[in-house]
Design a protein around this ligand. Structure first.
Ligand SMILES: [Zn+2]
Length: 240
């Protein structure tokens, strides 16, 4: 089958020239989407390229806005090597990677985390050790907060599990177990507290009704700001 995808250039109304991916599809309308690689256009097989270009230029504002928004949310992936900056409870900590014949446990010291390994050049190995350390700390940190905040809400402390979800920060099962994403340990304390309060409130209201938000507000009054901040920080928190 012929390759139905190609890269083309487009000059937008603001004078900027971008490249986009054109994919021919058996469809009747033109569809635009912004992916992490930029603009992707799905077009019917029959439409001429000059017609398509005209249509895209007309959609310039939409494209410019979406590309801007994507740029703002873009966080470069971490390098799992010496000198990288990690986040712990909203504070930067430096990652030190040391060659050592012995495989030692990660060492945390105030504002640095040291990984010693015979495979110090292997970023996968370093990442695994850092993640292991974060998970261990997360469990201790989140358990303590959960206990305090559950008392505030006047409910028994629910069982806690760590999650590794790619997009969710927390969840509460119908059995009343709470799952929290270990990556949340990178966020500042008030954000960690918010996510915990949110999940705890689900023990009383298993939905996102006005009643639910009233429960959240009873233990975390400024939840709206926190919710917004969590959304803004999410791309960054997910680079680990
Ligand atoms: Zn919820």
């Amino acid at each position: 089958m012929a390759n139905l995808s190609k890269t083309l250039a487009l000059t937008l109304t603001n004078g900027e020239t971008i490249s986009y991916q054109l994919e021919r599809r058996p469809r009747r309308t033109v569809g635009l989407k912004i992916t992490k690689d930029g603009l992707v256009v799905h077009a019917p097989k029959r439409i001429f390229e000059f017609q398509l270009q005209k249509l895209l230029v007309e959609k310039s504002n939409w494209i410019i806005n979406k590309l801007e928004a994507r740029k703002k949310n873009y966080a470069p992936p971490l390098n799992w090597q010496d000198g990288e900056i990690l986040q712990l409870r909203g504070n930067p900590i430096t990652l030190y990677v040391v060659h050592n014949a012995k495989n030692k446990q990660a060492q945390f010291n105030h504002d640095s985390l040291t990984i010693s390994s015979p495979e110090a050049d292997n970023q996968e190995v370093v990442k695994r050790k850092v993640v292991q350390w974060f998970k261990k700390q997360a469990l201790v940190d989140f358990s303590r907060r959960l206990e305090i905040l559950a008392a505030k809400l006047n409910v028994p402390t629910p069982p806690l599990h760590l999650s590794n979800a790619q997009s969710r920060w927390g969840s509460c099962s119908s059995r009343g177990d709470i799952r929290l994403n270990w990556r949340l340990l990178q966020a500042p304390p008030h954000i960690i507290n918010y996510v915990i309060c949110h999940e705890l409130a689900h023990l009383k209201e298993m939905n996102h009704s006005a009643k639910f938000w009233a429960v959240v507000a009873s233990i975390y009054p400024d939840y709206k700001t926190a919710e917004k901040e969590l959304k803004t920080r999410s791309p960054q928190l997910h680079t680990v």
